[in-house]
Structures are given as C-alpha cells and as structure tokens.
Design a protein around this ligand. Structure first.
Ligand code: NAD
Length: 261
C-alpha cells in the first residue's frame, strides 16, 4: 500500500493474536504498513492474520514465538527481515501477562515469569531491531506499559515492578539511541476492554458488581476500547511525533490522577 500515515513502513507487533496487539496491527495495516506479527499462540495468530488479510493492505509476515526465549526471538526477527528483504523500522512491544500476587506469596517461578515475558521479552525484541534502525538512522519503538508503571494497586505484585522497569527500559534505550535517529516511547493504558478484563469480571462472585466497580474507578465512567490505544500507537510509531522520545503517554480516562473514589 502506498497510501496512509504508515505507508512504506515495516513494523513488528508482539502479542498480535488478540486484544490490544491485534487492534494495533489492524490500525497499522489500515495506515499502509507492512507488518511482522508475533505471538506465542500460533493458532490464534494464524486466525488473526487471516482476519487482517480480509481487508486490503500491505504484506503480513508472522511467526509463533515465545518472547521469553531470546534465541527464538532473534531467529524469527532475522527470518522476517530476510523474507521481506528489508529491516524493521518499527516495533511495538505489546505481548504481556498479568502476574498478580501478594508480595510474600510470590514464588520465584512467578517472579521470573513476570520479568521474562514483560521486561526481558521486550528487550530481546528491541535488541533484534535496534541494529537495523541504527544503521538506517531511523526507527520507532513503542512499549505497552500500563498505569501500573505509574501507581500501585496492592495485591498485583510483581506486575507493577515489571511495568515500572519497562518504563526504565524505554527511557534508557531512548537516551542511548536518540542521536542515531531511533525513538523509544511508552503507552500506559488504564483498564482496556479485552477478553482478559471480561474474563476477570466473570470470575468474580458478582460479575455485574465487579464491572460496575471497575467503571466507577474511572472519572469518565468507562474503560478504554482497544482501538483507542491503537490510534495512539499509530501516532507514536509514525513520524508525526518525531520530537517525542523517552515519553510515556497515559491513556486512562483520568484513572491514575484520581486520589479518592
Ligand atoms: N487489557 C488491559 O486492561 C491492559 C491495561 C494496561 C496494559 N495492558 C498491557 O497491554 C498489553 C496487551 O494486553 P492485552 O490485554 O491485549 O492482553 P491479551 O492477553 O488479550 O493479549 C496478549 C497477547 O500476548 C500473547 N503473549 C502472551 N505471552 C506471550 C509470550 N511469552 N510470547 C509471545 N506472545 C505472548 C498472548 O498469546 C496474547 O495474544 C500487555 O502488555 C498488558 O500488560 C493491558
């Protein structure tokens, strides 16, 4: 596709099989980007690629991979660049998992899982694309953090520790490579209407009350739609905000600024 705000771009999105990642992939495609989509769930990813391909757009490359496996990440990113005959100029580190415990109830395995996927996975993917971006002297990385990167909800340990660290990774890489044309930013969503959130409501003894309580936390009285996060990702990955780096855009309907309910 030669038209659109992302025409001519080649952008990777992790965790693209569903939820926020799938919405970001769809928005990037509608803006003319070629895509490399990655997810641990190969079947769901194949379905998402098939759904995306139903609308016109650029090339879609995809791979099933666990971002917690650095060797596999390096392999699939190299394969995608080889197949496309070009290096990636954009990356959205979206894949992530909720790991929620009380601190003293957190096993070593759960601590390790939270960091391996939500932080080290993002670093492995950034590591795979940075050399090409630096060589081309252009590139944009967007890390999907969370309002948990800014404030703490008790009982969600160590997720906020990892998301704070993801902001640290964002700022660190941004400053290291600002002089070489690479921008690195983050988005901090509040609650987003994904299956994960719907499942959590339905797991509660009174799902309707759980939903109402979540909505009531938000000054706007609602939670985000996935497309609202995707639109912001499109802006941040594009050249429209080329003086933005080391920044975090909060999209939470005011949630994280509210001191009392
Ligand atoms: N949904 C929310 O309310 C919300 C709010 C703030 C931030 N976030 C963040 O947004 C991102 C996406 O969240 P979502 O709600 O769309 O999640 P989701 O669970 O709906 O989708 C996540 C995708 O990532 C994939 N994935 C999980 N582990 C992976 C791994 N090890 N390797 C490769 N892929 C893997 C899953 O298969 C899935 O397709 C996450 O980083 C999450 O922390 C979500």
């Amino acid at each position: 596709m030669t038209q659109g705000r992302l025409a001519g771009r080649f952008i990777a999105v992790t965790g693209a099989a569903q939820g926020i990642g799938q919405a970001i992939a769809a928005d990037f495609r509608s803006e003319g980007a070629d895509l490399f989509l990655l997810d641990i769930d190969g079947d769901a990813l194949a379905q998402a690629v098939s759904d995306l391909s139903a609308s016109p757009g650029g090339r879609i490359y995809h791979a099933a991979a666990d971002i917690a496996d650095p060797a596999r990440v390096a392999e699939v990113f190299a394969d995608a660049a080889a197949q496309a005959g070009r290096s990636l100029d954009g990356l959205v580190n979206n894949a992530g998992v909720n790991v929620f415990h009380a601190p003293l109830d957190t096993s070593a395995a759960e601590w390790q899982r939270a960091f391996a996927i939500n932080l080290e996975g993002a670093w492995s993917c950034a590591r795979a694309v940075l050399p090409g971006m630096i060589a081309a002297r252009t590139g944009s990385i967007v890390n999907i953090a969370s309002t948990h990167a800014l404030t703490i909800i008790p009982g969600t340990f160590p997720y906020p520790v990892v998301k704070h660290a993801l902001l640290g990774l964002t700022k660190s890489l941004a400053l290291e490579y600002a002089g070489q044309g690479v921008r690195v930013n983050a988005i901090a969503p509040g609650y987003v209407a994904t299956q994960k959130v719907l499942d959590w409501w339905h797991s509660q003894p009174d799902p309707a009350a759980a939903r109402a309580a979540t909505l009531a936390l938000h000054p706007q009285g609602r939670i985000a739609e996935v497309g609202e996060i995707a639109r912001a990702a499109t802006f941040m990955i594009s050249d429209e905000c080329r003086f933005m780096t080391a920044s975090c855009l909060t999209i939470d309907g005011g949630l994280s600024q509210r001191q009392h309910g």
